[in-house]
Structure formats: C-alpha cells, structure tokens
Design a protein around this ligand. Sequence first.
Ligand code: UT7
Length: 335
Amino acid sequence: MSIKSYISGLGHYVPKKIMKNNDLSDFMETSDEWIYERSGIKERRVVEHHEKDGDGPSDLAIPAVKDALSMAKLDLQDIDLIIFSTAMPDYFLPGSGCLLQEKMGFPPIGALDIRNQCAGFIYGLSTADMYIRGGMYKNILVVCSEVQSSTIDYSNRGRDVAVLFGDGCGAVILSATSDDRGVLSSHLHSQGKYAKELWIEAPSAKMYPRLTNEMIKQGKHHLKMNGREVFKQAVRRFPEVIKECLEFNNLKVSDISLFLPHQANIRINNIVKEKLDFKDKQIFNNIHKYGNTTSATIPILLSEAYQLGKIRKDDLILVAAFGSGFAWGASIIKW
Ligand code: UT7
C-alpha cells in the first residue's frame, strides 16, 4: 500500500483587534459600501502596532500550532519538519520557521520557509505531501502566518490595497497514512512577468542601502497592487488550475464536497463558481470577517469549516489560491 499524507491537525488564530470598514474611513476616503460591494469585506483583524517588538508571523503562529497539535494528539517531539509560509516574514533573515522552532521549543528539526504569497499554503501542502509520500517524514507542520497590516499605507494613496488585507494564521499537520485518504494531488504554477503587479519594492537586495528615507517617502515599502490586472488573471487561472486538478484525479465539479477558495475578493469567487458551475452549498467563504490573509487564508478557512462541522469523513475538499508572483495552485484532499 502506498503512503499518503492526511490532515491530522488544524488550528487557526487571528489577532483580537477588529478593524471595521468604517474604522478605515478615519484614515482615508473610503466607505463601508464601497469596500463591501467591491470585495465582500466587512472587517479584518490587525495586530497592535508597536515601534519595537510587536507581534510578527511567528508569534501569531503559536496558538494556531498548539491547537493543531492538540487535534492531532501529537507533541512537539513528534513533528519532523516545520514548513512556514509567509509573505511577510518577521525579518529579512533568518526565516520565521527557525523563530517558531525556538519560540515553541521544538527539537532542532528542519524549518523551511516558503515564499509564495497567496499560493503559499498550496506550495507548502504539496512540499509536505511529497516528503511524506517519499517516506522521509511522518508528521509535518505546515503553518501559514501573515502580519500584513505593518506594510499597509493607511492613507488615500494606499486605499485600494489597505481595505483588502488582514492579519492571521492557519496551521495544519500532515501525517503519514496507508489508508485510502489524504492529499490526492497538488498543481503549482507561476508567471513572474506579472511580478510588479502585486509587490513590495523595498527593502531590496538590489539597492544600496536597501532602504532610504527617500524610498519611504515614495512609499516603496508598502504593498502595491494593480487590482484590475490581478482580478483579470485570477478569474482566468482559478478555473484553469481547478480543471487541471479535477482531470488529474478523474473527478467532476459535482464530486467535490467542499471548495475552499482563496479569499481575495468575493466577486472573484462568485465568477469562478459560475464559470465552473459549483453549487452554493459546495463553497465556503469567510472574507467578510478577515479580508485577504494571503497564505493564511486557506488553512484558516479549513480550520473554521472543520469546527463548523462542514467536513466529514470521505469528503473531497478542493483548495485553490492565486496571488503575487503571480503564483497559483490547487489541491484536492480526501478527508
Ligand atoms: O490575494 C492577492 C490577489 N488579490 C486580488 O485578487 C485582488 C484583485 N483585485 C480586486 O479585488 C479589485 O480590483 C479591487 C477590489 C482592488 C478594486 O476593485 P475595482 O472594481 O477593480 O475598482 P477600481 O480599481 O477599478 O477602482 C474604482 C474606483 C477608482 O476611482 P476612479 O478612478 O473610478 O475615479 C478608485 O480610485 O474606486 C476608487 N477606489 C476607492 N474608492 C473608495 C479605490 N480604492 C478605493 C477605496 N475606497 N478603498
């Protein structure tokens, strides 16, 4: 019997502080109506901002990972590898995975950082799945954590991006099994010609010094997005990669029990739903509560769906994400 990887543990954590759409109108010209109509977002969570030593992604990860370990009934010593996905690492280096290893007291196991932005969970899941299928490891933590609020331009200049993103963390544990369940396949893509359509330009290793007061004045350290181009590509790539994943597994849209799409814009998800003919009951969204939490989005959604009793044994779960890079992908998991 071949080895597969299944999800044995799930957990998520979002900061306590809620920023509602109307709170954003205090800093910029925007409105609850504009944000909700254009994106489906009502509020997002943000960390408390401090000049020094606030919470980074490795801090948000701790409660999420504790919950995932407890659901899997595993101890720190049982985990063979940490895969840490973040678009917003605590530091330029070392990676947030190493920081989490120390903060939680894991044994000196490997810690691999993944930098694939919104698609980070799919890339992390696929990497963990391959290590487990190959027989190298038995239990792998895939943790996706984002503190994006500290890169946001909370002024009129940044309002198109500021209203969309939030902070949060989702964690899954993948474990080896010889049962007929687990990750069926993952399909990954990238297209770097669109790199500058959704990016943070500075600090950059291409510049000396990497960050100057001038760059800060120009706002080069803020997340920038060409929303229309991202939208256009997203509604094309989601259906494409979902079809690829379904065909690879000889499945149809109607075979999917639950589709958990990336949460960047509810309009994107509705278009994908219509293009592929998913039924309402097959899709779960939570963008109204958290906005876009980049790579943390899908594991948060998965963890909430599980807590709400939306996932049962033998269900086929489809996950798909698209974002900066551009990088995108999809996976199907048999529960
Ligand atoms: O996870 C990564 C992937 N990210 C995405 O998939 C996001 C994809 N893009 C989008 O979700 C949408 O393009 C946005 C939500 C970012 C924007 O929606 P849109 O319908 O494409 O609006 P737009 O960019 O065409 O802007 C419409 C208008 C503009 O004003 P003018 O030029 O028509 O006078 C903007 O300046 O809305 C204005 N605007 C705002 N107004 C109020 C932009 N941001 C805001 C705002 N509040 N926050």
